[in-house]
Each structure stands twice: as structure tokens, then as C-alpha cells.
Design a binder for this molecule. Sequence first.
Ligand SMILES: *[C@@H]1O[C@H](CO)[C@@H](O)[C@H](O)[C@H]1NC(C)=O
Ligand SMILES: *[C@@H]1O[C@H](CO)[C@@H](O)[C@H](O)[C@H]1NC(C)=O
Ligand SMILES: *[C@@H]1O[C@H](CO)[C@@H](O)[C@H](O)[C@H]1NC(C)=O
Ligand SMILES: *[C@@H]1O[C@H](CO)[C@@H](O)[C@H](O)[C@H]1NC(C)=O
Ligand SMILES: *[C@@H]1O[C@H](CO)[C@@H](O)[C@H](O)[C@H]1NC(C)=O
Length: 810
Amino acid sequence: MMLSPLTLTILPFIFLFSACKISSQDVSPGSTLSASNPSQSWNSPNNSFSLSFVQESRDRYFAAVSYNGVPIWKAGGDPGGAVDSSASLQFLANGNLQLVTRTGLDLIWESNTSGLGITSASLDNSGNFVLKNGTRPVWTTFDHPTDTIIPEQNFTTNHVLRCGLYSFRLADSGEISLSWNDSVKYYNTSSWSNSTADLNLTSPRLGLQPVGIFELRDSNLSSPVAISRGNDYGETSGNPWRFVKLDCDGNLRMYSSSSASGRGSKTETWAALEEQCQVFGYCGDLGVCRYDEITGNPTCGCLSENFDLIDTNDARKGCKRKVDLQNCQPTLLTLNHTLFLTSPSEFGTDYFTGSITACSSNCLQDATCIASSSLADGSGVYYMKRSGLISGYQSPTISSTSFMKICGNPEPYPPPSSASEANRKAKRLRIVAIALGIAMALAVLAFAYLWFYNKSRPQYETILPHYSFSDYASGVPLQFSYKELQKETKNFKEKIGGGGFGSVYRGVLPNKIVVAVKQLEGIGQGEKQFRMEVATISSTHHLNLVRLVGFCSEGRHRLLVYEFMKNGSLDSFLFDTEMEPKLDKEVLNWARRYSIALGTAKGITYLHEECRDCILHCDIKPENILLDENYNARISDFGLARLLNLNDHRHRSIITVRGTRGYLAPEWVANLPITSKADVYGYGMVLLEIVSGRRNFEVSAETNQKRFSLWAYEEIEKGNIGAVLDKRLAGDDVDIEQAARLIQVSFWCIQEQPSLRPAMGKVVQMLEGIAEVYKPPPPMAMIGGMLQSGTETAISSSQITAISSLVSES
Ligand SMILES: *[C@@H]1O[C@H](CO)[C@@H](O)[C@H](O)[C@H]1NC(C)=O
Ligand SMILES: *[C@@H]1O[C@H](CO)[C@@H](O)[C@H](O)[C@H]1NC(C)=O
Ligand SMILES: *[C@@H]1O[C@H](CO)[C@@H](O)[C@H](O)[C@H]1NC(C)=O
Ligand SMILES: *[C@@H]1O[C@H](CO)[C@@H](O)[C@H](O)[C@H]1NC(C)=O
Ligand SMILES: *[C@@H]1O[C@H](CO)[C@@H](O)[C@H](O)[C@H]1NC(C)=O
């Protein structure tokens, strides 16, 4: 058909006219948007959102719903929905919405909604594009998200965000995770074992304003289960609009966008992974991620000169071998401070325990091994990768050593040689030289001291090399013989404590350092397992943990040597003990109590969330919280229950019940799976005791024959904080608001149902006043006297369910 010159001139006007006409109202079937005509769009009634073609680069367009120029939904996703300027988005008469190129020759994406009685479509004021039968929504973009979640959108367990091979999901168990190629999970939160709930990740509005939080909500519970806040949380100036996006670099981020800072602008306010280099596959196959020394930005490169970049213009595409592995007798490339990323979910990775040498030689000898990584973090874990993508992460801050099979001689990169590099190097060398000088001077002093000490104290003729000053300072656990420890504790004369795991004695090492020696009882483990766990315990360093100095493993003797804490354990300050009535003890003032509560929470958070192998304490109680000379809380006995790698289900198993009555979470007695929430329970009990100075399971006339913790909840309900506070704090300047917060947090922690208890990191935020503390439900069912007398009888899991449903109803 020939078009007359007249129609040609009129055509754009018709387009413009129709574009204007359909804005602010329903889109009717038969309407079309074209990439070549950027002025066309379907808008929300108040024009906040629009569906139109957005141009990302030359000849790369997406049909997208945008807010302030920022795309928040893309037809066909990213990169699947990327099209050229020949593309159009067609809302067909049969109700199907489709993205096509070359005027309909290629179908890129469709909504699959033909024949569903769709009569119109509209983009609403919340940014949801809806295909409707009359007024009934049949298909919505909120239900088919691509890479972004916006306020008022409900992201449920059926939804997935994707960009390239990366995906983001919410599992039925409540676990939130990021995966590569739907198989390797490189980020996940914990899951609650028993959730059958209807879960939503959403950003609610409070009043008219979305305040910059994303919450995970469980339809059975009144308060959110998990919250992430952007760093501009609560900010209202400039009226920022927040959204969560899975970026194509594999990280999930929260952003703020406001028209005040310009169209298309967005500011990152939170990221799931703080370290971009931890994203699996970020640098492609055989690529390695490093942080640029100057800018700190993640950069991609190859492992050595044995590899070449696949695309020199895009290092993220990964590397290739110069000589294929099949064509030679492989040798090993050694890579210090390097880790090949993996996760227990990755097929083709096998975990072992052994030395770095075992890690390299076993890989070299095993024809199917391609690369191996030794964590070298004290856990003794190494793994071999036999298939799949090899994703490297290199940083001076990581301890791991890795090995890669190559053909020919290893050719590490030559050291950088530019003038400024040389300069920096010289500077670094100078610093090293000075440090070495100081270290040598110290060593000479130490030797002189020991020599002098030796002479003046002839009864210790031999100071064994492993006692040397430098060893003690280096953090490597020392090995003692049983005889040595016998001597140093004067044959276990001075008992300073006891507990679920054995008695503790005071000892003095030949170098005069005072230690606490714990004689472990009933440790069924063999020598090897024991050493591994000792290595793990001594690799955890935190201000609020007692440091392990050394150990003894000889025959049936298993002893641990800890640094000595001058002020003893917390219980002696809070309650009457066998050794001394509390009245003789100094009263801990409020400021100290708060700092002990916070320090303890931080120590447990470290054990749960921040060290590589998560450690469940399983016996949190005041007896295990020691105070150093400055009254800092220092947790002891961690790592004794057993190692538990929370990320690895294969390692998850039941721990023998060794906890202490009153601090044991109900799931122990009910024989339910034990998670970190069991420690949260113990901590909550301790927290309430720090505030009240009374044992929670104490039953007295004052508490109406109820357990103190239950009675306290009722008193707080009545607004009677004074009744719960330790009487000995009467003359003290108690921060009542802070005290009230601590008490509320303790009630959250001692919830019967583990999923209701906050994670320890959250507890810290609540204690510090960073996170809001909602009103807690009653900590335990107030029914029929069950569980109230202080004797935990075994209760069945069905009873627990019954109790928790009562709790959530109230
Ligand atoms: C569309 O809605 C009408 C009226 O509610 C209903 O009768 C019809 O069955 C619907 N069509 C389809 C295909 O669901
Ligand atoms: C458009 O409507 C939404 C929802 O009612 C509102 O949040 C937003 O502020 C409005 N935008 C404008 C520009 O009026
Ligand atoms: C999201 O969930 C809430 C709570 O159930 C509901 O009120 C709201 O309508 C849902 N939003 C959408 C867009 O479905
Ligand atoms: C992703 O996984 C599939 C099988 O699940 C596999 O065939 C494919 O090769 C993987 N992609 C990459 C890039 O490894
Ligand atoms: C979650 O979202 C779905 C779909 O919008 C909604 O039906 C449900 O009520 C929401 N649940 C909660 C707990 O908000």
C-alpha cells in the first residue's frame, strides 16, 4: 500500500493524540507502544508511573514501567527483554500483551493472557500494571516481578527476581536467598523450621509515607519477622521513594530515588552483600575478584599469566586457559589469600578436613579435581571443585590458600613496576623494617626476661619453648602436658567454678600469667575431633569472648586453658551463690549492667553470625558470662557444645542436652530442631536477670507462686517497671527508658516459639535503640499451670504448636 504525503504528515499527530488520550485512563485492547517513538507511554492516573520504552544504550531498549525515569519492571526481564528500535509492545484484542521486534516477526515475550476475558489494562497509582476483565485483575506486573520490588508490592514465596543468571527468592521456610544459575546459593538468611505461613516481603507505608524499610511478614504474626532498613530510613526530606532491586552484578540493593535529585537518579542505601567479591560468578569462569587498592572497587582479572581474559573489553566475562588441561600432565598453581567460592548447595564440590598440604596434594593426585581451597581459618576445612564455574576471590584480608590445576609452569603475575608502585613498595618496606626492628627488640627483651626469670626462680628449671612470650601473644593455642597443668594448678587445688562441662581451677603459668584451667568431663570425642574444635575455638577472637590460651589432650584427659577473668562470673553479682551471698558483693550499677547486657549480645552475635563457622553456645547463663577487670562481659564455654555450621544442613545434628535448667529453650525438651534461637532464649533469660537480680525460675509469695519471668510480664503490662528492677538499684541513676527496652527485648527473646525470637544481631540493634522494639506477646502460655513451676517436664511438639497458636492469636 502506498501512503500519500498527507497521511505521512498526519501520522505522528495521530500517534501523539492517541498517546495523550489514553494517559490517565484505561488502555484498550489494540493499543501499541513503539520503541522508535519515545513520546508514547501509558501512564498512571497521577503520572507518577509510566509504561513506555526506555533506552538503555544505543539500540538497547526495554519496555518498562518506570518511576521518575527509573525502570522498575521490564517486559521479558533483563537481559531477556532487551530489544532494538524495531520493537513494539502490543496489547492485542485477544487480551495478550506481547513484546515483538521487526514488526512482529520475533516474539520476545508475552503475558500469555489470551482468552482470559481481558477487556482493558491500566497502570495504577502504586505502579502496578493490571490486565483486567471488567474491573477484576487477571494478570498484574506485581505478580510477575522482574528485578525490582516497590512499596505496596507483595513479594511472596512464589515470586522470583532475576537478572541474568542471578536470582532472588523467598522460600516457604522463610529463608531469603540469592543464587547463581538457580543452583549455587551464595547468600541466605536463616530459615525457621516450622513455618507454613503466608510470607510477604513488602515495604509498607506508615501513614502516607513509605519510610524506607522492607519487612518480611508472616500472616500468622502481628509483627514483622525480619526488617532491612536503608541508611536513609525515616528520612522524608526530598520525599524519597524506595525500592529493592536485584542488580545484574548479583547483589540485592535498596535504593532511594527522588525527583529532587534529578530524573533517573537513584542512591544505594543498603546491600545484601557488603562485599561484592563474595558474589558467586561475579568475575565469570576462572576469573578472580579483587578490590582495587586505591578506589576500593571490585575488579575482575585472571589468576596468573597461565590465563587470558575472554574479552579484554569486559573482564567480567571471565578467563580461559592458554593451554587446555586435557593436553598435559597438570601442575598446581598456588594462590595465597585466595578462595574459590562455593556453597554446600553446589554440585561437584566435596568437603574434607586436613592441612593445606593435604589440600594441594590430594587435588593434584585426583584426576577429577580442578581446583581446591583450604579455608585456613582454624577449622581445617578444605574443598575440591570437580565441575562447574570457578569463581575466585583474592584479598590480603582472607586467610585461605587455593590451588588451581594448570598446564606448564606456574606464571604468577610480575610485581607491578610503575614509579608510584615502586614508591609505595619502598614505603611499605620501610614500615616492615621498622616493625621487624621493634619485634626483634621485643624478642630480645623477652628472652632477657625469661633468662633472668629462669635464674631467679630455679624451681622451674625448664621453660619449654611453647611457653615463650611470643607464642602466647600470637594467638595459636599452646599445647600443655597433663603434668604441667597439674603443677600449674597446684594439683587442681583452687577451684573457681563448675558447670555443665566440668570444673575450673586457677593456675599460674611459669611466665606468671594467671589462667583458668577447665577439666572437661565426659567428652566422648576422639583426639582428632577435639583438636579440630580447639582450633576453631581459638580462631574466634572477640572483645566479648574469653580467649583460649591452650589445651591438653592426653589419654583420657581433656583440658582447656583460658585467660583468667579477675571479676569472676556474672551470677555472683546477681544472686546468692554457694561461695558468697550477694550482699557481700559490690552492686553493679545500671550503666555497667547495660554494658554487660550489650557486650554479651555482641559476643553471641559474633558466634552466630560473624565467624565463618557458626558456633551455637547452647549453655548461655550468668555462670558462663565472666567479667574482666573493667567489667566487660566475656562469654566462656562457647564451642564446647559442638561445632555447627548453620549454612550446611549436612552438619546439622542434635546436640546432647547439657544446658542448664531455666535457661534451656523449650525446643530442647520438646526434642525439636535446635537453632541459634535456642541461644537467644538463654540470652533473654540472662537479660531479664541482669535487670532484676533474681532468678527467672524462682517462685515466691511475692510473685504469686508464678515463675518470676511470667510474673514480670504481668507487672510490665500494668506499667510497673519498679517491681521488676533489682531493688539494689534503688539509689542508682537508672535510665528507665533503657531499662524498659531491655525488659521488652528479654520478653521477645524468651518466646516459646523460636521463630518469634529475634536473631542476635537484631537484639543488639534493639538494645542500642537502633531498631524499634514492638510490644512482645506473653513469653509463655499462661495456661493451666503448665511450665510454671520451674520444672520443665517434657512437652510434645503438638503442645508447643497449641501454645504458639495461642500466643499468636493474642
Ligand atoms: C469475565 O468476567 C465476566 C463477568 O464477571 C465473566 O462472566 C466471564 O466469565 C469472565 N471471563 C473469563 C474468561 O473469565
Ligand atoms: C500518586 O498517587 C500515589 C498513590 O496514591 C501517591 O503516593 C503519589 O504521591 C501520587 N503522586 C503524585 C505526583 O501526586
Ligand atoms: C499486599 O498484601 C496486603 C496484606 O494482605 C494486602 O492488603 C494488599 O492488597 C496486597 N497488595 C497487593 C497489590 O496485592
Ligand atoms: C546452569 O545450570 C544448567 C543446569 O542446571 C547447566 O546446564 C548450565 O551449563 C549452567 N550454566 C552455566 C553458565 O554454568
Ligand atoms: C501477601 O501477598 C498476597 C498477594 O498479594 C496477599 O494475598 C496476602 O494477603 C499477603 N500476605 C501478607 C501476610 O501480607
